[in-house]
Design a protein around this ligand. Sequence first.
Ligand SMILES: C[N+](C)(C)CCCC[C@H](N)C(=O)O
Ligand SMILES: O=C(O)CCC(=O)C(=O)O
Length: 426
Amino acid sequence: MATQRWATRSLSLVGRRMQSTASRMAPGQSFAPQAAPLVRMRSAAILSQTVQLTWEDETIAHFHHTWLRDHCPQSVHPVSHQREIALSSIRPGIVPSGVSVDDGQSLLVKWHASVDPTGADHQSVFDGEWLRRHAYSSEGSARVVDEEDALVVQWGAGGRALPEPIDWASLACGGSDAESALLQLLSSVHAYGVGRVSGMPLTMEATEQLARMIAPVHETFYGGMWDTAPREESQVIDTAYTNVELPLHTDGTYFEQQPGLQLFNCVAQPPPAGGLDGSTRLADGFALAAKLAAEAPKTFEFFSRVVLPFEHREGAVHMRCLGQVFKLHPLTRKVVEVRWNETDRGPINTLSFDDMGQFYDHVRKLQAAIDSLELKLQLKPGDALICNNHRVMHGRRGFVGHRRLLGCYLQADDWRSRWRVLRGRQ
Ligand SMILES: C[N+](C)(C)CCCC[C@H](N)C(=O)O
Ligand SMILES: O=C(O)CCC(=O)C(=O)O
């Protein structure tokens, strides 16, 4: 089916771009936004349906008249930036009464009182760089190339190492230096899906302090801040609270919104015993999707299409969510989220008979690909690990003895907002 080929093709395209990005980004390399050189506007002309804009590098873009009035920077609330003009008040076929380029950097668009929704003469003033970033009429428009995605770097077992840890002292010192350190940490989480902190105090207070530097703690039925130390059998609401091996998974597959970030601060790690070292297992879900799209496209398409049930049911809690393993962006068809936990998969009654007949073969291919990408990380007390739970699967090897990770969940929207605001201040 066209959709399937499109999904596969777009991902392999994305995969290639990510690979090319990977070759450019070295671990720890600054992710601060590189200000692109200013390209000045040369001219603007009113055409029948659009305003044609030309920049000095010969780039040409067309913006529909209604788009321009709808996106007028002067028609939003000065603080909340919310639109103050209802789309329904912009008459169909509205045409500007004049356009001009001011000093190569601003586009001035005039609207006559007889057509403007305000009933008065109105002037929209657009920044040329903003228009260039939001141009939608050219092949390289923002619709296809998302600047944040271009910073994403895939990794795998044999591939590049994970980013270097950032020292706790540089985060806890406060001021602009701490903000720069936090930006580097969150930029690493954005690029790799993983951020690391070294020299962490072995306390819940410091763990919570680190979390709250990023975002509010996300409360679930596990509580807010939590401790993975093994519990009495009767209190094991999840096998994370035991010493058994945990397969690579994302947390909260049974929530509509999987937790955005998972923060682990290692405060105790026993020595290896009997071949069990309690090491942390990691795998990049984006690399997994790219690998399957390239090597087992039918399996990739299957797990991008079929909807699986995930469930957590114990005591006074019954969570259930239906979802694909690979959630694709509705427009770009890029993988935006991975949802997989073998141990929390519910009884499958959501597949057609034919799909069910294929499921176990595809699962074996999925698991083999996950295993091939697994990276091992031995946390020691004072090491904190932050995982993008929408992308990176985590797990652990079994252990013997006293092992404790303190941590919490943070919401995806919250940490990404914090990262964008810190980037914007650079
Ligand atoms: C709260 N704490 C992180 C310690 C345990 C949570 C367990 C989450 C469960 N394994 C899942 O995959 O949803
Ligand atoms: O104990 C660990 O290293 C990880 C536990 C885990 O996977 C979880 O809490 O979701």
